[in-house]
Design a protein around this ligand. Sequence first.
Ligand SMILES: *Cc1c(COP(=O)(O)O)cnc(C)c1O
Length: 397
Amino acid sequence: MSKSSEIVDLYKSSVAPTYSPSIVLQSGKGVTVRDADGRAMYDFTSGIGVQNVGYGRTKVIEAIQAQAAKMTHCSNLFINEPATRLAAKLVELSGLGGKVFFANSGAEANEAAIKLARKWGAESGRYEIVTMRQSFHGRTLATVTATGQAWCQEGYDPLPVGFKYADFNNLESVKAAITDKTVAIMLEPVQGEGGITPATEEFMKGVRSLCDEKNLLMICDEVQSGMGRTGTWFAWQGYGVKPDMFTLAKALGGGIPMSALVMNEKTANVFSAGSHASTFGGNPVAAAAALAVIEIIEDEKLLDKATEIGTLLKEALQGFVDQYDKLLEVRGKGMMLGLVVDGEAKDVVEALAAQGLLALTAGKNVVRFLPPLSLKEEDLEEAIDMISDALDCQFGE
Ligand SMILES: *Cc1c(COP(=O)(O)O)cnc(C)c1O
């Protein structure tokens, strides 16, 4: 019995069946991960948008080690330096002139955004939030309700009240969902789980104008699209609009759980002392890791790299679309790309894994690629060969 199969058996008998994985990963370096039997694979999922700077970065590891040796936890009754510096850095990168609340997961940061919007609207009796169909905002009760996809909500009734859905990239649909109880519009600038669909510039600008006109808060969920993934620090920066608040998680802590709600001047002081909290939010080890991640992105100019290498990957994928009738479209921004398939995306993901390249699905018919922003050109070439072989197995004559 291989080491992997032993661990897979133990997993199946002991871990809740919310996921159905079959590969055991034990280590990672750059874009490469290794399974329990030593087999190397290219991780073009970056651990689902987490390892934007690649696995095993010395700077991140050293930051974690140094902070862990000093103090692994500091309660929020006290101030810790790494989280404080990180907050200041995120305010600077956002240019929104506000403040930051830290939590531990994407859902939790979105939950904070939802609570803040309700608190802000309470005086005027407004609480409804308009979210988009095909969105994804997390798995807590409020965020799964914000998520405009029925399959995530099945079996969890009664869901919290106060959410209305509109069609993404359809301003008329958003207008129609607004009532006198509406307090905010929440959206992903590039929808991730729902199918790698970027907002149009017209839509983002339209939502901003609508929010200004009707005195609503614009909330961007940057949990997947943030931290350089689309070629700017935050995807909304690529649209020439500013949200009233946005959330970050996946890539923020370089693999250590951490999330943030970044607010502008208008929303920065809506939460008051005691009105919201998280025991682990702003954990100093996670914050030290996040500061190291930001330094790497700056030092290695990974925002530009995400655009450059992302364009090369997009061109290669477009070539496959031109070649195979079963491939319909490539879409996305920077290093957040989706290949639309006429058929089941999971079959393509399996064919890619067989070649040694890990990718994801996004919805039923989109193959999702989220490679590290630090991907080297030679690794990209190797990966394109693997994709070519997998597609040939899948769709070739
Ligand atoms: C992953 C994701 C979430 C949920 O994050 P968790 O850390 O799993 O709670 C929320 N929004 C978006 C856009 C995501 O991609």
